[in-house]
Write a protein that binds this ligand. Sequence first.
Ligand code: ADP
Length: 478
Amino acid sequence: AQRLASQRRKVDETLSLFKLSPEHLQLVKDSMRAGLEAGLRRTGPFTIKMLPSYVCHTPDGQEYGKYLALDLGGTNFRALLVRFKKQRTRLYHKIYPIPLEIMQGTGEELFDHLAECVCDFLDYMGMKNARLPTGFTFSFPCEQTAIDTGNLVSWTKGFKATDCEGHDVVNMLREAIKRRNDFDLDIVALVNDTVGTMMSCAYEDPKCEIGLIAGTGSNLCYMEDLKNIEKIEQKTMTEKKKETFKGEEDEQGGMKAEKTEGDAEMAKMCINTEWGGLGDDGSLRDIITPFDIEVDQQSVNPGKQRLEKMTSGMYLGEVVRQVLLDLTRRGLLFRGHVTETLKTPGIFETKYLSQIESDNLALLQVRCILQKLGLDSNCDDSIIVKEVCGAVSRRAAQLCGAGLAAVVDKIRENRRLDHLSITVGVDGALYKLHPHFSHVLQETVRVMAPQCEVVFLPSEEGSGKGAALIAAVARNKQ
Ligand code: ADP
């Protein structure tokens, strides 16, 4: 019995590494706030990239007509026709798999393939001559300089097509369409998936000014006051001249901020924060565990995206596997039997956390799941595995909650309010399918941002409907 008690204590000690005290959560909130502020400045370094999206308005219900939405994010390409009518949205879509040889061929081949898929879709819809206004959701990091222009920073998620990085992806699609010369599109917007999510939810709820993704990755966008976005302020002011801004040239040749009209004071732009980069400057060192370090070291981008590696679907299973590996090596789990399976990266997918943590799952069923993974467990093992999963997913939700608390408080202070009521549009399998993630996230925001009332709205068809809405809004405001 004494040996059992001592083993239990050691397991608890390991689990306690994932517990976040109120001080830890405050540190995450403060560090996120500092990262948001720094990312808006003119000069780096930017651990949180804070990429301007050039989306300056959420939908106002005046969006009508037919739009095309194109969505390239993972292994599939989706083409959608979205029709906005009074009170009703209609969606028609087709999915096209991207063959591996195209994902990893030349950029020209990839974009020719996309153009071919669009052509097929327009044929199918009988709309080949329509020159539809189009929103292009492209879920890879892009440095945008206008609503319809953005250079690919780097490929992720298995894409490797040559001659794309550093190039404007909208231009590449336009060129591919030109080469075919059998249809035309009016590509009006390049869209990040967070922004698409925010817009699709804002169509239902005008208070939605934040988009959150908890899926493969972890990211957030929100509506920031234009006057706070130093890095694009110069350009915007040059364009708007002195109609809305009265200013004088500063030493960098830009215009000093001196707003005269209410309009300029109110102007906003959606910022794609790329918040997964929090901690890349070491600011999360107090909460990072040896298991996080192991996951980071074994990833394709060591030292990068530290918050993302503690909060998203691509990594949570790996964090759990590292803990199980450690407990087993110390003889505290699986009778100390380290199997080849347990040593295999990627074997413990994040969906197993959802299954194992499900409230009405009997321990016997947990053992079944572990058995299927080739892990032979007894009853005590299954209890410990369930606790490890719980500790890792709870910390993930709390970290997102503390980050979100920083964002809502910033928006509240921007507007000089004592109390802010705001809606967050959310998407991603981790948020939608995990049994506890959404609840812990919401509870953390409630505690960490007591002056904000935050409503969460799961998005439906975020990437398609959102891209179409951005196209509609961009056209209406031109
Ligand atoms: P994406 O973020 O790529 O658009 P998803 O929202 O579908 O796509 O998220 C996929 C990620 O979610 C994968 O990393 C996967 O491991 C994880 N995932 C899939 N199913 C579940 C589930 N039931 N619970 C938690 N995570 C899941």
